[in-house]
Design a protein around this ligand. Structure first.
Ligand code: AMP
Ligand code: ZN
Length: 460
């Protein structure tokens, strides 16, 4: 029997049983990358959370419709709606057009996901391809009286919503009192841009991404893309919305405000936030201090070692990255794969361990505990074949390619086959054949050592 799936909802600040809006189909929206540079390993931690969540939902017999946006316009360097569009800045840095870098970094991002066994969403939608939907959304907000115009754009008037900031438990009064930043023409510090103008002729000629709109030539604000696209693909009420913890106070609070303004309710039943990965206790940033997945691969690590490392900490706690920890993760993964290789096929999933695993993953995706169950299986008295079957069942969520053949490069598959045959001969107590195969392996340059787990091959 499946234990109840419980997830932590930031909006209600608690753990709640997950009951989807429709019995089998789960609608999931995840905020995607701003494609002005490579995603760093911190960003990838958040996408891994989405992947684990999806896999857990699927193991709970749900069909998931997953939508993710690509922010290729409108995300400014400051959350206070001032500063430059990150895409424009990225274009200058890389000496390419904003369109070119959007395409290039989106592709690089998708390759990172693939290397980490993070499956792609059903819908991948780009902000620049949904300008009309965003304009239509803003028009409704305008008609309902939630907007005002300044010299540089159309803004959402957060004072019009009593519930504004509920997700972040924002203390609006405190924000006003402590404010030191220049509000410009904004009425409240929490107000945010829905549409920004390319005001001056010079600005218009420099900006590579701009569109005409009922308010003049310009580009959409960052938050409106997620409201417009989530609604287009999932409707105005869906099951789960995911993003990094930094989105709680601004981006997601503003997405909620837009939906409240348009529909009178917030969009998602569950708000799930991944806590940040840090580097020596410091923040990672795309443009500053950054480590990429490709850096780790260049150092000789298997990308899935990083996945393994991420699975060892809970998504609702901060995690500090270190190369030493990655090295240990890599070794652990290698050991698992070696064991798997020695165990024969044809076993059955152990129900007792399966239940333990399900209990943990269904308890707010407690992957570190689920990983402990995985190791308990390897050390248990189960038959090798059953261990293998049980680990393969777990791998539907862990996605560590546990059945990947290791030492493929250094040990030819023919040699591994011979060693497996020898192990089978030993199991059948056919000592003669077993000895013959040992001799054959020696001739090929490999000494076979019998271990508690099965065997080990050592090059002579
Ligand atoms: P961005 O491309 O900057 O819009 O960020 C993409 C995603 O990564 C967002 O969901 C962010 O909240 C998340 N994110 C940013 N930095 C980190 C970090 N250090 N650790 C985990 N997630 C992060
Ligand atoms: Zn978003």
């Amino acid at each position: 029997m499946l234990p109840k799936l419980k997830l932590y909802d930031t909006y209600r600040r608690g753990l709640f049983e997950f009951i989807p809006l429709s019995e089998r189909h789960v609608t999931l929206y995840a905020c995607g990358p701003t494609v002005y540079d490579y995603a760093h390993i911190g960003n990838l931690r958040t996408y891994l959370l989405v992947d684990v969540l999806k896999r857990v939902l699927e193991l709970n017999n749900h069909l998931v419709k997953h939508v993710m946006n690509i922010t290729d316009v409108g995300h400014l360097t400051s959350d206070a709606d001032i500063g430059e569009d990150k895409m424009q800045k990225g274009a200058r840095k890389h000496n390419k057009t904003a369109w070119e870098i959007a395409k290039y970094f989106e592709q690089a991002f998708l390759e990172d996901l693939q290397a980490l066994n993070i499956r792609l969403p059903q819908v991948l939608c780009r902000a620049t391809e949904h300008i009309e939907a965003q304009i239509a959304y803003i028009l409704v907000l305008e008609k309902k009286g939630y907007t005002y115009r300044t010299g540089d754009g159309i803004y959402f008037d957060t004072r019009k919503l009593v519930s504004y900031g509920k997700l972040a438990k924002l203390k609006i009064a405190g924000l006003k009192a402590g404010i030191r930043v220049d509000l410009g023409e904004k009425r409240q510090v929490t107000d945010f841009a829905l549409w920004k103008f390319s005001r001056l002729k010079a600005e218009q000629s420099q900006r590579q991404m701009q569109w005409s709109s009922p308010w003049g030539v310009g580009f959409p604000g960052w938050h409106i893309e997620c409201s417009a696209m989530s609604e287009q693909y999932l409707g105005n009420r869906f099951d789960i919305h995911v993003g990094g913890e930094d989105h709680i106070s601004v981006h997601h609070s503003n997405e909620i405000a837009q939906c409240e303004g348009r529909h009178g309710h917030q969009p998602a039943n569950f708000w799930i936030h991944g806590y940040f990965l840090q580097l020596n206790q410091e923040k990672l940033s795309k443009s500053g201090k950054s480590v990429l997945l490709s850096d780790l691969v260049e150092l000789g690590f298997d990308a899935l070692s990083y996945r393994y490392l991420l699975l060892c900490s809970h998504y609702r706690s901060h995690m500090n990255f270190s190369i030493e920890a990655l090295g240990s993760a890599g070794k652990a993964l290698q050991r698992l794969r070696c064991s798997m290789q020695k165990w024969p096929d044809g076993g059955a999933v152990d129900v007792h361990f399966q239940q333990q695993f399900l209990q943990h993953i269904n308890n707010d995706l407690s992957m570190p505990r689920a990983m402990a169950v995985l190791w308990a299986v390897t050390k248990s008295s189960l038959k090798g074949a059953d261990k293998k079957a049980t680990l393969l069942y777990f791998d539907q969520v862990c996605a560590l390619d546990l059945d990947r053949q290791v030492m493929k490069v250094s040990i030819p598959s023919a040699v591994i086959l011979l060693a497996q045959e020898r192990q089978q001969a030993r199991l059948n107590k056919n000592w003669l054949l077993s000895d013959q195969l040992r001799a054959a392996l020696l001739q090929l340059g490999y000494r076979v050592k019998d271990t508690a787990e099965g065997f080990e091959l050592v090059a002579t």
